[in-house]
Design a protein around this ligand. Structure first.
Ligand SMILES: Nc1ncnc2c1ncn2[C@@H]1O[C@H](COP(=O)(O)OP(=O)(O)OP(=O)(O)O)[C@@H](O)[C@H]1O
Length: 362
C-alpha cells in the first residue's frame, strides 16, 4: 500500500513504540441523543463520555437497541447529539454543517452489516467508484484499486460482480472500498453479523491487518462477543443508551465483579460463567462453597489450587472455560470447595491473591 501513502507512517502511526495509545481521535463528552416519537421519547444514547485513541481497535458491544448504531453514526455526523459534544480528528463534528462535515467524513471509512455494494458494478468498479467520489484522478485509480484488492485478498475477483461472491468476500470488498481514500478511522457497524463463523474470522483477520499494518483506528460495534475478543483492544458495554462498563478487553473478560447492568450482558455473552439454571444444577450435586476464580494468571491460580489437599480443602472444578483474547488467554473457573471453614477461608484468601475471586450467590 506504500505507493500512495508516503505519509501513512506520520498520519497513522498506531501505538507508540512503548505500546502506549496514540492521541485521542474520537471524544464523546456527555453525549445524549433523544428521539421523539408518537409513543413518546426514546433516549437512544444517554450521557456517554468516552475517548478512542489513535491506533486502537475500540469495540462497542450490547444487546439490540442499546444505542450502538446511534453512537457510531454520531462519529461521522450522520446523527447529531441532543446534548454534549463529539470531537473527531480535532473537529467538533456535532457542531459542523453538512458542508464542513464533508472533509472530515473523507478521513473516516465505514463498513456495514449488509455490505451496501453496488450490484451493477464489478468488484473493481465498486472500489473505483469510491475513489472517484473522493476525487482521486483517474490515472491513479487503477493502481490503487489493484493495491486495495490485493490487500483484502481479492485481486482475482476484480471483474466479478457482487452476486458472484460469498458473504465474506463481499465484506472484504466493503473494506477495500472503505479504505479507498486512505481514512484514518474505520467504523465497522455489525460488519460480521450477517456472516457465518468461518467467514466471520476471515473478515476479522482483514480488519486486524487494517489496524496493525495500516495503522487505521477502528471503532467496531457489535452484539457478538467473538468480535470483541478477537480484534478489540478496549471495549465499552452499552445498555439502554448508557456505557455501563468500559476498559481493556482482557480486564472485562477476566473480571468477576461487574456492575449489575453490565453483568446481565457479560454473563449472557460469556459462556464460561454459569447461569442461574446451571448454578441450581451444580448445587443439587455438591454442597461445597461455590466461587468463581478468574485466570488472569493461570499459573498462580493453579499453584494455589495445587495446595488444597495438604490444607485439608477439597475442590472440584464444576464449571468454566479458557479462551484467547487478542493479547492473552483468560479464563474463569467455578470451583466447589469443601472442608473446615477456617481452612477454606484461608485457602480463599490465597486464591484471591492469585486471581479475582467471587462467591457464587444464586
Ligand atoms: N431515528 C430514530 N427514531 C426513533 N427512535 C430511534 C431512531 N434510531 C434509533 N432509535 C431508538 O433508539 C434506541 C437505540 O437504537 P440503536 O439502533 O442505536 O441501538 P443498537 O444498539 O444499534 O441496536 P440494533 O443493533 O438493533 O440496531 C432504540 O430504542 C431505537 O428504537
Amino acid at each position: 500500500m506504500a505507493a500512495h501513502t508516503p505519509d501513512r507512517k506520520q498520519l497513522a502511526p498506531g501505538r507508540t513504540a512503548e505500546g502506549a495509545p496514540g492521541e485521542p481521535v474520537i471524544v464523546f463528552d456527555h453525549v445524549s441523543r433523544v428521539f421523539g416519537g408518537r409513543s413518546g421519547e426514546v433516549t437512544a444514547v444517554d450521557d456517554v463520555s468516552l475517548t478512542v485513541h489513535r491506533g486502537e481497535v475500540f469495540g462497542v458491544i450490547g444487546f439490540s437497541g442499546a444505542g450502538k448504531s446511534t453512537l457510531i453514526r454520531m462519529i461521522n455526523g450522520l446523527e447529531k447529539p441532543t446534548s454534549g459534544t463529539v470531537t473527531v480528528l480535532g473537529e467538533e463534528v456535532s457542531a459542523l454543517s453538512e458542508a464542513k462535515l464533508r472533509p472530515v467524513r473523507r478521513r473516516i471509512g465505514m463498513v456495514f452489516q449488509q455490505f451496501n455494494l453496488m450490484h451493477s458494478r464489478t468488484v473493481a468498479g465498486n472500489v473505483n467508484y469510491a475513489l472517484a467520489t473522493a476525487g482521486w484522478p483517474k490515472a491513479r485509480r487503477r493502481e490503487r484499486v489493484a493495491e486495495l484488492l490485493e490487500f483484502v485478498g481479492l485481486a482475482e475477483k476484480a471483474k466479478h460482480y457482487p452476486e458472484q461472491l460469498s458473504g465474506g468476500q463481499k465484506q472484504r470488498v466493503g473494506i477495500a472500498r472503505a479504505l479507498a481514500a486512505e481514512p484514518e478511522i474505520l467504523l465497522a457497524d455489525e460488519a460480521t453479523s450477517a456472516l457465518d463463523p468461518s467467514t466471520t474470522s476471515e473478515v476479522l483477520s482483514v480488519l486486524r491487518r487494517v489496524n496493525e499494518e495500516l495503522g487505521v483506528t477502528i471503532v467496531a460495534i457489535t452484539h457478538e462477543m467473538e468480535v470483541i475478543r478477537s480484534i478489540a483492544d478496549r471495549v465499552a458495554v452499552m445498555d439502554a443508551g448508557r456505557v455501563v462498563e468500559s476498559g481493556r478487553v482482557f480486564d472485562l473478560f477476566s473480571r468477576t465483579n461487574h456492575s449489575a447492568d453490565a453483568a446481565s450482558f457479560v454473563t449472557t455473552a460469556l459462556k464460561d460463567r454459569p447461569n442461574a439454571e446451571e448454578v441450581a444444577r451444580i448445587r443439587r450435586r455438591t454442597d461445597g462453597r461455590l466461587v468463581m476464580v478468574s485466570l488472569r494468571d493461570a499459573a498462580a491460580v493453579s499453584a494455589v489450587l495445587g495446595t488444597a489437599g495438604q490444607r485439608g480443602v477439597g475442590f472440584e472444578i464444576v464449571h468454566g472455560g479458557v479462551s484467547a483474547t487478542k493479547d492473552s488467554a483468560y479464563g474463569l473457573l467455578t470451583v466447589s470447595l469443601t472442608g473446615e471453614e477456617t481452612a477454606v477461608e484461608d485457602f480463599l484468601a490465597d486464591l484471591g491473591r492469585a486471581g479475582d475471586v467471587q462467591e457464587v450467590q444464586q
